[in-house]
Design a binder for this molecule. Sequence first.
Ligand SMILES: NC(=O)C1=CN([C@@H]2O[C@H](COP(=O)(O)OP(=O)(O)OC[C@H]3O[C@@H](n4cnc5c(N)ncnc54)[C@H](OP(=O)(O)O)[C@@H]3O)[C@@H](O)[C@H]2O)C=CC1
Ligand SMILES: O=C(CO)COP(=O)(O)O
Length: 345
Amino acid sequence: MSQSNSLASCKVTVLGGGSFGTAIANIAAINNHQVKLWMRSEKQAQDIIDNRENSRYLPGYQLHEQLQPSLDLKDAVSDADYVYVAVPSKAFRSVVEEMVPFLPKKARLISLTKGIEPHSFKLMSQLLQELAVGHEVGVISGPNLAKEIADDQITATVIASYSQELRRDVQEMLSFHSFRVYGNPDIYGVEMAGALKNIYAIVTGMAVALGMAENTRAAIITRSLAEMSRFAVRLGANPMTFLGLAGVGDLIVTCSSKLSRNYRVGYYIGEGQTLKQAIKHIGETAEGINTLRMVYEKSKELDIYMPLVNGLYKIIYQDCPVEQVAKMLMSGDLAQDVEFMSAGV
Ligand SMILES: NC(=O)C1=CN([C@@H]2O[C@H](COP(=O)(O)OP(=O)(O)OC[C@H]3O[C@@H](n4cnc5c(N)ncnc54)[C@H](OP(=O)(O)O)[C@@H]3O)[C@@H](O)[C@H]2O)C=CC1
Ligand SMILES: O=C(CO)COP(=O)(O)O
């Protein structure tokens, strides 16, 4: 059932037929927008046409008749009012570059991707701004496990954009009985929070596999929030964003749920699998592995105190035993471990 609102029916395109792209496309279709879901797999597109289902990513989730799959990027975007991009961060630049020549001037662009581009350290909305100059840009981020959205569980998210009109329109486009969209102008903070929390989901998954207690879980999640806020605020985010859905909200869900792929990567490594085995086991995108490397390097460059990032980096990229890292974390310089540092974190 769609929620009545004043936004007229729009032409919406979602790039990427994975789990989150499919879930967001279906919500827009339920809300009476004409939706094209662009994907590269013919088999998957046929599955949607024949069975109204994306059985590879969201089995059992009934797809609305106003959602049509598309294999042709030009056809998918050439009359779009809104383009949502939901491909993994490593493919984001190339997909957007390929799309831009077909993009109508009116199209608003919204990233659903939670990652950072290697080398440039750009967030996905910054790539949209760089590659599609003049288009209004936004980001959706929050505690949004796609499988729970598909299961019609009550879910809240954030649309971040400098444009108040875009925020308002996307709120209307996607809100319905089990999905609520909140607006936030802090696009940098919302997006950075979504990328950073993946690192801490790996840490927590690993700690759970190693048998951590509830005190430990609370300590890890709370110190993760302090650490990610400190990092993002230093780079320009609003600290208040980290108290919201895209900050602590997403951190809680990804550090608590086996539905999170980042958490599962950590869990499998905690059980003794190598990084390669854990990634293969997941078989889908776990953005936190690459984000960890980039954030580690940036924190060194800017001299930002990030003990959890530092510890996870040692485990994953320097083969340091987990027990040694845990000891290191518990015996570091206490002078650094004040609860709140500057700028409210
Ligand atoms: N899943 C979730 O719960 C949530 C995910 N996100 C974020 O959304 C982003 C996408 O995640 P999600 O949908 O889950 O990812 P999935 O791994 O489920 O799917 C990724 C999709 O992108 C496609 N793709 C990958 N590489 C390319 C490429 N080079 N060109 C074209 N298409 C490509 C895949 O196609 P193919 O199937 O052919 O490989 C697939 O359709 C991630 O950044 C994630 O952090 C955000 C919130 C929730
Ligand atoms: O971002 C997510 C939930 O908000 C999904 O997390 P994963 O990418 O770890 O599955």
